[in-house]
Design a protein around this ligand. Structure first.
Ligand SMILES: Nc1ncnc2c1ncn2[C@@H]1O[C@H](COP(=O)(O)OP(=O)(O)OP(=O)(O)O)[C@@H](O)[C@H]1O
Length: 342
């Protein structure tokens, strides 16, 4: 899909219906041959939410966004946008999208290209405003084929926000941007959120999800394995990380079974004398360590970042033998502490 075709026409006005959910997936399946790209996905987005869609490579994020935008049809289940089909919601101009694959017309200026997007939008904003809001008013006269990757992304963003859409869908919008450009981009995006828009963005930058989103969805093998605030997802994965050294017993061993049986432990790793525990209640776990008569040395207790929580829950989901469609967020509690999570 081109970025141009992502810019849609219609009556939107920056305020979503309060009644119908903005987006609703019901038992949606999408296969590509033997690959289950989206597997029994149930999902609802509500007006005004800023939602991050996370998941490892191949988790089904882009496919889910394609289904949401009516670019693909589900094999089974249903997708509704503003209470109607994606095609009708898009034809009504309520959805703006910025997709990974959006090619840009090359032999035109930034202003001409964004102006075209405005021309196609019945509730368009003036092109100067769109350029300014996207932070590209300074490069309006530059040819599109002379832009850096980060500038191209901003042009795509401008085209997706050329008019008064109620929902903005962004597939990895900050790919190719440096840290400064990313920060500037999200400052721009916050302006859109403040105008009452619902925003759904797929990202691999977990710090973006943590900082920007008020809701985080984690997809794995096409199924939703976690849905909550970043704080809730961290808590679900075991919010605290406890590290200490233990002296071995007379046989030169550390009693792993006793440590595994400690209360509130959701992950355990023992390397030499060093014990690493993930716990959802560090106080309760440590009280029990002392009650066992152990004498931990070099004790450290720290919070788990979203990145570590994300790794923990996707690894837990990968470890379960159940099909992706039936995997739930409770799988988080089955994870073992992995060295890679630290
Ligand atoms: N057109 C297609 N034909 C065949 N398989 C596809 C097609 N599109 C996606 N897939 C497969 O479907 C699965 C989900 O892919 P998708 O692109 O939705 O994942 P993603 O979460 O967006 O990944 P990434 O983070 O790498 O962009 C993958 O296994 C992918 O190889």
């Amino acid at each position: 899909m081109t970025a141009t075709s992502a810019v849609t026409a219609g009556h939107g006005g920056g305020s979503a219906d309060r009644g119908a959910p903005v987006v609703s997936f019901r038992a949606v399946n999408k296969n590509f041959g033997a690959v289950r790209a989206v597997a029994g996905l149930d999902l609802e987005l509500r007006a005004g939410e800023t939602v991050a869609l996370l998941g490892p490579n191949g988790a089904g994020k882009s496919t889910a966004l394609d289904l949401l935008l009516g670019l693909r049809n589900p094999d089974s289940g249903s997708v509704a946008v503003f209470g109607t089909t994606p095609a009708k919601a898009i034809a009504a101009g309520r959805v703006g999208a910025m997709l990974q694959s959006g090619g840009l017309m090359e032999d035109v200026t930034v202003r001409e290209l964004v102006g075209l997007a405005c021309d196609l939008h019945p509730r368009a904003y003036p092109v100067d405003r769109v350029l300014k809001d996207a932070g590209i008013d300074g490069i309006g006269d530059r040819k599109v084929n002379k832009l850096s990757g980060g500038q191209e992304q901003r042009v795509r963003f401008a085209m997706a926000t050329a008019g008064a859409n109620d929902l903005i869908v962004l597939d990895e919008p900050t790919v190719g941007m440096d840290v400064t450009a990313r920060q500037a981009f999200w400052a721009t995006m916050r302006g859109q959120v403040e105008q009452g828009r619902t925003v759904l963005f797929a990202t691999h930058y977990l710090e973006e999800a943590d900082a920007i989103a008020d809701r985080v969805l984690v997809l794995h093998r096409g199924a939703l394995i976690a849905d909550g605030t970043a704080a809730e997802i961290k808590a679900r994965a075991g919010a605290r990380r406890i590290t200490f050294d233990l002296d071995a017993d007379r046989d030169g061993r550390i009693d792993e079974a006793a440590l595994r049986g400690l209360p509130r432990v959701v992950g355990l790793d023992i390397t030499g004398p060093t014990v690493r525990i993930r716990s959802d209640d560090a106080d309760a776990t440590m009280h029990a360590v002392y009650a066992l008569g152990l004498y931990p040395r070099n004790l450290e207790v720290s919070g788990l970042g979203l990145e570590q929580a994300f790794l923990a829950i996707t690894e837990a989901a990968a470890d379960t033998a159940t099909p992706a469609a039936t995997t739930t967020a409770t799988a988080v509690t089955a994870t073992a502490e992995e060295p890679g999570n630290r």
